[in-house]
Structures are given as C-alpha cells and as structure tokens.
Write a protein that binds this ligand. Structure first.
Ligand SMILES: [Zn+2]
Ligand SMILES: [Zn+2]
Length: 122
C-alpha cells in the first residue's frame, strides 16, 4: 500500500502538518458547523489516524474550540486559518484546502454530507 506523506498548513505558516496516508473518508460537507468554521459554503475533509498526523511548524499544534460532544475544531491562533477537527476518537480530520498538493487521488471526495445545506448557486 502506498503511504503518501501529505503536507500543508495555515496561511501564516506557523502551523504546518505532515499527514501520512492512506487518507480515509474524503468527503465534502455543507453543514452549518463547517460553514461557520471555514467561512466556505462547502468544506472538503479527509481523515487520518491521530498518530499519523505530526504538527511540524514553528508554532506547534493548532489551538482548538470544542464544537461538539465528540470533536474540537482546530485553527491557527496567529492567522485564524481553519485547519481541521481533532476528534476525541483517535482521528484527525484535515481541511483539504490547507494541503500543499491537492491532486492526490486520496483527496478526491467520495460523498457529500449535508448536501442540502449547499446553496443553489454553489
Ligand atoms: Zn497561521
Ligand atoms: Zn460539516
């Protein structure tokens, strides 16, 4: 099995990650939590086991906001970029827009959650 190492980070570069594949569960989501968290009408997500994600930038790990019983949303304290969601389960979901390279087949969404939350024009 190919183990692609995905890299990415926030707008200011303070938070950087290395996420080792295989990536899991790539999908789009248009729920209200994702819309408010990202400012975008649709967020694209991909998941990794927590142990496969390393925070390698100068500012270490992102800060978090508990958004539900099961998860915390992660963002950069300096530039405010949304980076993903750190679940209580050993899973980290990363926002695909933060990745350096977007063309990996591992990142192609398999499905669209809360598609009815997407406006008609998007
Ligand atoms: Zn930043
Ligand atoms: Zn969502």
């Amino acid at each position: 099995m190919t183990r692609i190492i995905h890299t990415g980070g926030c707008l200011c570069g303070g938070i950087r990650f290395e996420a080792t594949g295989p990536a899991d569960n790539p999908h789009n989501c248009s729920c209200k939590f994702c819309q408010r968290h990202t400012g975008a009408v649709t967020a694209t997500w991909v998941e990794f086991p927590s142990n496969n994600v390393r925070w390698v930038g100068p500012d270490g790990a992102p800060i978090t906001y508990r958004s539900s019983e099961i998860s915390r949303r992660a963002f950069c304290p300096k530039c405010g970029s949304s980076l993903g969601a750190i679940d209580d389960a050993p899973t980290i979901a990363l926002l695909v827009g933060t990745f350096d390279e977007l063309d990996s087949p591992e990142l192609i969404p398999d499905f669209h959650s809360f598609e009815d939350g997407k406006p008609n024009w998007a």
